[in-house]
Design a protein. Structure first.
Length: 318
């Protein structure tokens, strides 16, 4: 039941080249470091603090920290910036994590982050893999892990999903503010390593909602402008969905937000009858393009707010 050693590269601050590793580190030894909170010299900037990454370099790649150079990941590292239940709630959820079907509890360790305070708890949860996960599978595995932890009441920060991430080890400078010292916490729980293949199979991408049906063609010569606008709105949204499917990384959040704003505004203007189904379809397309649940939900909330501030719709000039 003891997890296997975890491949770890150790870094000094933001320097891209590790000072040691990657090398296999016994899980128990890594847990000791993750749950220890050393005191650093006063004035230490976290960008110079020690860090780590659970990585194995890709064969023949430069040994510099970058997503393109990572071949495998030996653990799931989950940044948790929103903890409604506080650290007690996190520890209960961590102790109850179950994986690998009937094989029981999952080994894990967590610690508060450098930005945590007693009033705004933030933490990092580490779960070892039974075998390293190839970087090519990582987007699907990370998305499955987000759904797995969400079911336990924990939401991952989508900004920390790329394979080239490094993570600060716990610790604080001796002159840190009192509320930061009061917010420190760390713990570990025994269990088995997590099988990333099981994770991806047990928490797959939810099936997409069917796209809204095309409105029936009107053959009557007296088809009014409302019918014409409805058909035009359907075509407009289909174009937005196709554009979102083709958008490269770096523009997906913006494209999703713009498409959702259009759906809300077309609906408010009376042109789009199936707004909820269209929004669900756009959210699914965004997830298949690699956006996390938190990013998609944030875009949806922003779109509703933006559309509410600027209601109505004017068709662009052809």
């Amino acid at each position: 039941m003891t997890p296997p050693p975890v491949a770890v590269a150790w870094f000094r601050g933001v320097a891209p080249v590790p000072v040691r590793g990657p090398a296999a580190v016994p899980w128990a030894r890594l847990v000791d470091r993750l749950t220890d909170v050393p005191v650093y010299a006063a004035g230490l900037d976290k960008r110079a603090a020690p860090g780590w990454a659970p990585i194995v370099w890709a064969e023949g790649a430069p040994q510099r920290r970058a997503a393109a150079n990572v071949g495998k990941l030996s653990a799931l590292v989950a940044d948790l910036d929103a903890l409604p239940g506080g650290l007690d709630g996190l520890d209960r959820a961590a102790a109850e994590l179950r994986g690998n079907a009937p094989r029981g509890p999952v080994a894990c360790a967590w610690h508060t982050s450098w930005s945590a305070t007693v009033d705004t708890p933030r933490a990092r949860l580490v779960v070892p893999f039974a075998a390293p996960c190839p970087a090519s599978h990582w987007p699907a595995v990370w998305a499955a892990a987000a759904r797995w932890l969400h079911a336990a009441g924990l939401d991952l920060d989508p900004a920390c999903k790329d394979t080239g991430r490094w993570y600060l080890l716990p610790g604080l400078p001796e002159d840190a503010a009192p509320e930061r010292w009061q917010g420190i916490g760390a713990a570990s729980h025994p269990g088995a390593a997590l099988d990333w293949r099981w994770l991806a199979a047990a928490y797959p991408e939810p099936p997409p909602p069917p796209p809204p049906p095309r409105p029936p063609e009107r053959t009557r010569p007296d088809a009014d402008w409302r019918d014409l606008d409805a058909r035009r709105a359907e075509g407009w949204m289909r174009g937005k969905a196709r554009a979102l499917e083709a958008i490269p990384e770096g523009g997906r959040n913006t494209a999703l937000l713009a498409a959702l704003v259009d759906a809300y505004r077309l609906s408010a203007a009376g042109h789009l009858a199936d707004r909820d189904r269209w929004c669900a379809h756009l959210r699914h397309v965004a997830r298949t393009r690699g956006l996390g649940d938190a990013e998609v939900e944030h875009a949806d909330k922003r779109a509703a707010h933006i559309a509410g501030e600027k209601p109505g719709w004017d068709w662009p000039n052809d």
